[in-house]
Design a protein. Sequence first.
Length: 68
Amino acid sequence: MRNWLLAKHPERDSIAPDEDLIAARFVDSLSFVEFVLTIEEASGVEIDREEIDLADFRTLEAIQRKFF
């Protein structure tokens, strides 16, 4: 996920595991759906759109814990 995010933001060269991806504008409302789909593909876990909790997507640590 780190590589996917950095490819979308070439002005950045790193992301801290606990950095808030939404506050830092790595993910916004326009890219969120693509972000979720990418997590699904990478993890093999289907994410229920009705049960999405933004806390699970805020940091790389949270994504790792929830989906990998």
